[in-house]
Write a protein that binds this ligand. Structure first.
Ligand code: NAD
Ligand code: IPM
Ligand code: MN
Length: 356
C-alpha cells in the first residue's frame, strides 16, 4: 500500500468549504486505486487562529509540516480580522519561502461545458510557470517620512539562480508539451531586473534548441491572452507578472473558481504545497456555492506530483464530464451547490470504478 501523508490547511473563508470537498474526492480516488492511501492531518491555522494566538501558526508550525509528503491548502485571508500582509506572510508566503517552493505551476485551458467569456475562444491549453520565491515580492524596502513627503519603497530581487530555475522548469514542461516557451518581460520600461531577465532567458534558451521561444512584454502579452490564448504553450513569468497572468488565465477559462496551482519544492528537501489560484472569497462564504473545481483540479496536480498521473488524468476527465453535463456553480452561470458538484464528481468516479 502506497501511503501519502498530507497536511490539510483549509485556512479561511471558502477554503473551509472546498478543502473538505476535494479531500473527499481524493479519498474516493484512493479507494478506487486500491493500493493508495492518503493520510490527512488537519491544521486550523487561519485568521481566526491568529485572533487567539497572535500568530498564523504556532512557533513549531514549520517543523510540524516538514515531514508530510505534501500540503493541501485552501485559502488564507480575512481582512475583517487580520490585515492581509500579516496573514499571508505569516502562513501562505512563509510556507512557500521556507520550504523553498520556488516554482508555481498554474495551468489554464478550455474546459468542457464551461463557457469562456471570450466570444471566439479557440481550444487553448497553457501553463504559467511563476517564479515563486523572489522578484517583486521582496521584504526589502521601507516606508520613509511622514506628512507631505511620505513615501514607500519596495525593491525587487532577481537572482540568476532563481530566474534560471524558473526558466529551466518552463523548458522542461514545454519539452513534454507543444515545445514552446514565452517569456513575460517588461524590459522596455523596467531598467535593471527585466533586461537581466531577458539575458537569462536568452542563455537558458540556448540550452534547449528543440524548444521555440519568444519574449513578450507583459502588457502586450496580457492582450494576447485575451485575443489569442491558443498561441501559448508554457509562459514563464516573474512572481508578480505570474500572479496577475494566472488570474487572467482563470478569467479566460470562465472563472477564478476553477484554476489550480502547485507550489513545487524542486530540491526535494521539503514538501510541496497545492492550493487553488483563488482566495478566500469573503463575498460568497457560507452560502454553499463556492466552486470546488479549483481545489479538486489542484488535487489532480497533487496526484501527478506523487507519480499518479494516470489517476490525475482520470480525475480531470471526470471533472470535465461533470462540467460537460452542466453541473456548474453560480460563478459559471449554473445553479448547483458546492456539494452537488462534488457529489457528482464522486459518483462519476465510482462509476468508473465499477466499469474498470
Ligand atoms: P478571491 O479569489 O478570494 O475572490 C475574487 C472573486 O472571485 C470573488 O468575487 C469571489 O467570490 C470569486 N471566487 C473566488 N473563488 C471562487 C470559487 N471557488 N467559487 C466561486 N467564486 C469564487 O480574491 P480577493 O477577493 O482578491 O481576495 C479575498 C481574500 O483572499 C483576501 O484576503 C486575499 O488576500 C486572499 N487571497 C488568498 C489567496 C491564497 O490564499 N492563495 C489567493 C488570493 C487571495
Ligand atoms: C496567489 C495569491 C497570493 C500571491 C497573495 C494572496 C499573497 O494572490 O496565490 O495567487 O500573490 O501569491
Ligand atoms: Mn493571485
Amino acid at each position: 500500500m502506497k501511503k501519502i501523508t498530507i497536511a490539510n490547511i483549509p485556512g479561511d473563508g471558502i477554503g473551509k468549504e472546498v478543502v473538505p470537498a476535494a479531500t473527499e474526492v481524493l479519498n474516493t480516488i484512493a479507494a478506487i486505486h486500491g493500493g493508495l492511501k492518503f493520510e490527512f492531518t488537519e491544521f486550523p491555522w487561519s485568521c481566526e487562529y491568529y485572533l487567539e494566538h497572535n500568530q498564523m501558526m504556532p512557533d513549531d508550525g514549520m517543523e510540524r509540516l516538514q515531514d508530510f509528503d505534501g500540503i493541501f491548502l485552501g485559502a488564507v485571508g480575512n481582512i475583517k480580522l487580520v490585515p492581509d500582509h500579516v496573514s499571508l506572510w505569516g502562513l501562505l508566503i512563509k510556507i512557500r519561502r521556507e520550504f523553498e517552493q520556488v516554482i508555481n505551476i498554474r495551468p489554464a485551458k478550455v474546459m468542457k461545458g464551461v463557457k469562456s467569456p471570450l466570444a471566439n475562444a479557440k481550444d487553448f491549453d497553457l501553463i504559467i510557470v511563476r517564479e515563486n520565491s523572489e522578484g517583486e515580492y521582496s521584504e526589502i524596502g521601507g516606508k520613509i517620512y511622514r506628512g507631505e513627503d511620505e513615501l514607500a519603497i519596495q525593491n525587487a530581487v532577481f537572482s540568476r539562480k532563481g530566474t534560471e530555475r524558473a526558466m529551466q522548469h518552463a523548458f522542461h514542461l514545454a519539452s513534454k508539451r507543444k515545445k514552446r516557451v514565452t517569456s513575460a518581460t517588461k524590459s522596455n520600461g523596467i531598467t535593471y531586473s527585466m533586461p537581466f531577465w531577458d539575458s537569462v532567458f536568452e542563455d537558458v534558451s540556448k540550452g534547449h534548441p528543440e524548444i521555440s521561444t519568444d519574449s513578450q512584454h507583459i502588457d502586450a502579452l496580457s492582450a494576447f491572452f485575451v485575443t489569442h490564448p491558443e498561441r501559448f504553450d508554457v509562459i514563464v513569468a516573474s512572481n508578480l507578472f505570474g500572479d496577475i497572468l494566472s488570474d487572467l488565465g482563470a478569467g479566460i477559462m470562465g472563472s477564478i473558481g476553477i484554476a489550480p496551482s502547485a507550489n513545487i519544492n524542486v530540491n526535494g528537501k521539503y514538501p510541496s504545497m497545492f492550493e487553488p489560484v483563488h482566495g478566500s472569497a469573503p463575498d460568497i462564504v457560507g452560502k454553499g456555492i463556492a466552486n470546488p473545481i479549483g481545489q479538486i483540479w489542484t488535487a489532480k496536480m497533487m496526484l501527478d506530483h506523487f507519480g499518479e498521473e494516470e489517476l490525475g488524468n482520470t480525475l480531470l476527465d471526470v471533472i470535465e464530464s461533470v462540467t460537460g453535463d452542466g453541473f456548474l456553480t453560480a460563478d459559471l452561470g449554473g445553479k448547483h451547490s458546492t456539494k452537488e458538484v462534488t457529489d457528482e464528481i464522486i459518483n462519476e468516479l465510482k462509476k468508473i470504478d465499477k466499469k474498470g
